[in-house]
Design a protein around this ligand. Structure first.
Ligand code: GLA
Length: 482
């Protein structure tokens, strides 16, 4: 009863515009953060079901698999855990790795089948877990954890061919020298066991695999192996799953590290007017995995030119019925017109929108303020375009630079954002490392006053190493959702 009630509520919500905002704090219909990482989305009788790793605050593993439902891919209702960890189990205890879960409906068994990377906490087993349920939300019952055709299996992906309904597993076979491949292997008709290897992406040493299918092509996307740090995701193309597969290429602008995300899944939305291909990436937060965010973006695919690019939009409106998506237009306020306080200043930057960037933002005193901002009086998405050059190296500090000998990853700066000088209400803006001269954006939902007299002030908060905010290029204010 509760389920049908929530589905009804969701259909009412579809009539309203509900935007997809990559990298924002996504909340479910109860107001909690959506906690479903590195999973997949299936469509079942007009409802989308999203499965993913459920991360527990302060803990790396052990949360099980969560499930959410939606009819528009933007409004998500939580259905709790689809697969619950079982104390004392050798494969699904709270200390086991239950990563990259994927669900598929098996026509033959009439059940929903969940598969994932099943492991112990040191990645020493490298197995694939299998569980089944009668309904999409489960709960799923554990069946077994097996070595795929006797091989190792680490990062796990799944793909179903829309032309013949056949399902395939995709898995990297670990980091050892004998591994470092990605396998594409067909399941039996029931999707209860693997059948035969269709292709092996030999020694590319990639992970986080997913396949998207167009009318003519298959594109396989995978990331490099940098743990929870993002890198340049690549794609391969082929006419048939068994190959020959093309050389890989990088799918997003260089040095954006795939807009700060790792590949995980791809979704084909075939609407009445258009087919849209979505990249469902994870923006891991290695400081607190449970807070990791999602980078869902359309992919621009040209089968004739044999290209696929992931394209950035701060805010877009996807109509899952027609398959159309529209980038939402916002109003820009660039750094040239902002005022600076304390040690914050404007510095020449030929890559910035106005040739200058706002820098030296630190603590409460060295802040910058954008003026004359038009607001609606209702919540609005505001994107902050920034550069974070912590990759320049903090060799003597924990964190360090990814582009430096022995370097690692600072992860992010944190800025404070204050509307109309109201310091009672400070918003925290996470600004992850970009690169020198690379500007990315990150969104916050703010409520401005109606009219054009608003100010937005940005300062720096502690990220554990310093109190610096990232350099700002501009802000873009989007209309409220209708
Ligand atoms: C990569 C993998 C994830 C997870 C982390 C652990 O990001 O793709 O599934 O295993 O590494 O570091």
């Amino acid at each position: 009863m509760w389920l049908s009630g929530s589905v009804l509520l969701l259909s009412a919500a579809v009539a309203q515009a509900k935007y997809i905002v990559p990298g924002a704090r996504w909340r479910d219909t109860d107001g909690n953060l959506v906690n479903a990482h590195a999973g997949n989305v299936i469509q079942d009788n007009g409802t989308f079901w999203w499965f993913g790793e459920y991360k527990v605050e302060g803990q790396e593993e052990g949360g099980g698999v969560s499930v959410y439902s939606s009819t528009d891919l933007a409004t998500w209702a939580s259905h709790g855990l689809a697969l619950e960890p079982v104390e004392g189990s050798p494969y699904i205890s709270p200390s086991n790795i239950i990563q990259r879960p994927k669900v598929v409906y098996s026509e033959s068994t009439g059940k929903y089948h969940m598969w994932w990377h099943a492991d112990n906490s040191s990645y020493g087993l490298l197995l694939q877990g299998f569980a089944t349920a009668d309904t999409p939300a489960g709960p799923y019952s554990f069946v077994n954890a097996t070595a795929p055709l006797g091989n190792w299996s680490q990062d796990f992906g799944m793909f179903t061919d829309y032309k013949d309904g056949r399902t395939y597993a995709l898995y990297s076979n670990g980091d050892r020298a004998e591994g470092r491949d990605v396998y594409l292997t067909s399941y039996n008709k029931e999707v209860t066991a693997l059948d035969e290897v269709v292709h092996r992406f030999d020694k590319f040493d990639l992970e986080a695999p997913t396949i998207i299918q167009t009318e003519r092509s298959y594109y396989a996307l995978m990331s490099h192996k940098t743990g929870y740090r993002p890198n340049n995701v690549v794609a391969f193309r082929a006419d048939s799953l068994s190959g020959p597969w093309s050389q890989p290429w990088i799918v997003a602008p260089l040095n954006t590290r795939t807009y700060n995300s790792q590949s995980g899944f791809t979704l084909r939305i075939k609407g009445s007017k258009k087919t849209t291909y979505l990249y469902l990436g994870d923006q891991w937060d290695s400081n607190s995995l449970w807070e990791s965010r999602y980078i869902w973006l359309p992919m621009n695919i040209h089968d004739n030119r044999r290209t696929l690019e992931v394209e950035w939009h701060d805010v877009y409106d996807l109509n899952v019925k027609t398959g159309d998506f529209k980038p939402v237009k916002g109003r820009e306020y660039t750094s040239k017109d902002a005022t600076t306080n304390g040690n914050a200043f404007k510095q020449e930057a030929n890559f910035a929108s106005d040739g200058v960037i706002l820098t030296g933002i630190e603590g409460n005193d060295s802040t910058v303020t954008f003026h004359g901002i038009e607001g609606t009086g209702k919540p609005q998405w505001v994107s902050f375009y920034y550069q974070n050059t912590d990759d320049m190296g903090f060799g003597d500090q924990p964190g360090g630079s990814p582009d430096r000998i022995g370097g690692s990853w600072q992860l992010r700066r944190i800025s404070s954002v204050v509307v109309n000088g109201n310091t009672e209400k400070v918003e925290t803006l996470y600004q992850r490392d970009t690169h020198k001269g690379i500007i990315l954006s990150t969104p916050l939902q703010l409520t401005l006053n109606k009219g054009s007299k608003n100010t937005i002030t940005v300062g720096g908060l502690s990220n554990g190493f310093h109190y610096k905010g990232a350099d700002l290029d501009k802000i873009v204010v989007y209309p409220s959702e209708k």
